[in-house]
Design a protein around this ligand. Structure first.
Ligand code: 9MR
Length: 562
């Protein structure tokens, strides 16, 4: 039977809208009555009916026939229910209308939560996922529970890749593994750490630690966790100020633990490029702002390192990335104008150095905003930093107007999509892209709640509903978040540890119509683009996790908890 209902499997916030969809074709199999006669009920865990309603054809401003999933969607709305607790959605035959007749329930969902604790739990789990990605250190049982592991991949005395033609060794200890592989990359590390720094700046003191059902607690604040990556970044800066590109194993690791990988192969430093150097500079300049209050010596160190990197990039504006994809990913980026903008905006916010202003004006001209951040296009950091500072009113105003235009574009696209998405293609890491678009809305929502009558908070949450289950493949895409979460993520740590349950809190890439892994025989359920997801270890194109997809999810969840 095709799953007949699309809803957020984890929860809805009590004061927020609560929208779900049904697929009438799938319901037809369950009832003799016409689908138009069916109703839905919201039932709490004691069995009390909190609300009963009927369906509307279509979804948002969409007629309902979804081109990428081939289904028709009808909408059910129980926004009026605000009582906190667990509940489920029942689909009932319409006899309910006749007094005294118990309606026949033809389908009932698993329980989900109405309230806010699910958001806090998901935020904690997602922040914790960065702790699980830590490389080179022991994860203690008191924090990591059954996923504890010994220190491995120390990377504190590794050589340079033969492509570099460089003698000697380097200390590249620490940092997060990028994704399901064991590489550590500056480019993707940069957008991730930058996003988390933004989150620290806007929310850190307000991120609550929630005990995850007694198993373990969050060991570190978001600021501490973010610093773990920054310390690795600092080690990756060469004496001349340039920054190495990545730490890579010689060949792709198989699904072994970090300790076993150490026995099997060498790890090396590779490359030094303008892109990696600017990712470093932008991140470290943001770090200086974030850590200034708690630890001014660290902030000074970060700022000094950022400036040295920036100067190196000015002197070396077009140093190519290493074109190597044996053992680790490419992260090739031809255009660094956006990274220059990010860096200059962050430096300007630190020192208010007037000499940067004309360059920033030029940056603003050539780096139009994107709907969200991604590893290749980072100009939104520039726009966001300028919009959030308050010492240069003119640039703040311009940046805010630009981002408001972007937010409106996101919401306009969402209204027209059957699932309320602003993406128009499912690419590698679509869940990261969706989360990044949601983050743009959450940020603009800091100073403007509505545009052309549309609520930014509403549309931000609609994007999250997709991530947590209201999607054509009926998956909550965060490991451990719901009954439908991925069980076999493409994640070496999860498979190499001998523990049945994968590491919790990790967002997987999700639906990806490009299916770059078909040669690995991933079993996609149909040819339709919107069904391009397989919960299989081999499916690196749809079921891998990555820090740059988790970071915007952390950011959005934290903004919703503010
Ligand atoms: O997220 C990256 C995606 O945008 C690219 O299309 C893809 C192919 O180059 O690489 C993705 O990043 C992977 C990286 O190269 C290596 N670590 C795992 C990353 C997530 O799959």
């Amino acid at each position: 039977m095709e799953f007949p209902i699309r809803y957020n499997h984890v929860g809805y916030a009590s004061q927020a809208a609560k929208i779900f969809f049904v697929v009438p074709e799938a319901l037809k199999e369950l009832t003799q009555e016409g689908c138009h006669k069916l109703r839905f009920r919201i039932v709490d865990s004691a069995g009390c009916v909190l609300h009963s309603g009927s369906f509307r054809e279509g979804s948002f401003e969409h007629h309902g026939l979804c081109d990428y999933s081939g289904e028709t969607l009808w909408t059910g709305d129980f926004s009026v229910v605000t009582k906190e607790g667990l509940c489920s959605i029942q689909i009932c035959e319409c006899r309910e209308a006749c007094e005294g007749v118990v309606p026949k329930v033809i389908f009932e969902t698993e329980k989900f939560e109405i309230g806010s604790t699910w958001i806090e739990r998901q935020l904690n789990a997602n922040i914790k996922s960065f702790y699980f990605q830590r490389s080179g250190v022991e994860l203690e049982e008191k924090f990591a529970g059954k996923w504890a592991r010994p220190a491995a991949h120390l990377d504190d005395c590794i050589g340079f890749h033969p492509m570099m033609n460089r003698e000697g060794t380097w200390n590249a200890h620490g940092g997060w593994y990028d994704a399901g592989d064991y590489g550590k990359y500056l480019v993707n590390g940069g957008v991730s750490v930058g996003t988390l720094l933004l989150t620290c700046e806007l929310c850190d003191g307000r991120v609550k630690n929630v005990n995850q059902g007694g198993t373990f607690e969050l060991p570190y604040s978001l600021k501490d966790e973010t610093r773990f990556e920054l310390d690795f970044f600092l080690r990756m800066q060469d004496v001349d100020g340039g920054v190495f590109f990545k730490v890579t194993p010689e060949h792709w690791d198989s699904f072994v633990s970090p300790a076993d990988s150490d026995k099997l192969q060498k790890r090396m430093i590779l490359g030094k490029s303008t892109s990696s150097t600017l990712n470093f500079a932008g991140s470290l300049a943001m770090a200086a702002m974030v850590y200034r209050k708690d630890d001014s010596a660290y902030a000074d160190l970060c700022l000094e390192a950022a400036k040295r990197a920036y100067r190196w990039a000015l002197d070396n504006p077009a140093v190519d990335w290493p074109h190597n994809t044996e053992g680790s990913g490419g992260y090739g980026d031809e255009c660094v104008a956006d990274e220059f903008f990010w860096t200059r905006a962050a430096l300007y916010c630190n020192d208010r150095d007037e000499s940067l202003r004309p360059l920033l004006l030029e940056d603003m001209k050539v780096n139009g905003p994107k709907l969200g951040l991604d590893w290749r296009d980072t100009q939104n950091f520039g726009w966001i930093l300028l919009a959030l500072q308050d010492f240069d009113a003119e640039l703040q105003k311009r940046a805010r107007e630009v981002l408001e235009g972007t937010a409106w574009e996101i919401m306009r696209l969402q209204k027209e999509d059957a699932y309320g998405l602003s993406i128009r293609k499912f690419i590698w890491g679509s869940n990261g892209e969706i989360s990044n678009h949601a983050l743009t809305l959450a940020i603009v929502n800091l100073w403007r709640h509505e545009i052309n009558g549309e609520s930014l908070d509403f549309w931000c949450r609609e994007q999250l509903n997709f991530v947590y289950g209201r999607n054509p493949v009926s998956r909550s895409f965060v490991v451990g978040s719901a009954w439908s979460s991925p069980k076999h993520p493409h994640h070496r740590i999860s498979h190499g540890d001998g523990i049945k349950d994968p590491i919790p809190g990790l967002l997987v890439g999700g639906i990806n119509s490009d299916r770059q892994d078909t040669h690995r025989a991933a079993h996609y359920p149909s040819d339709l683009p919107g069904l391009s997801y397989a919960d299989e270890r081999c499916s690196f194109a749809s079921n891998e996790t990555a820090i740059n997809w988790n970071a915007p999810l952390t950011a959005v969840l934290a903004m919703l908890c503010r």
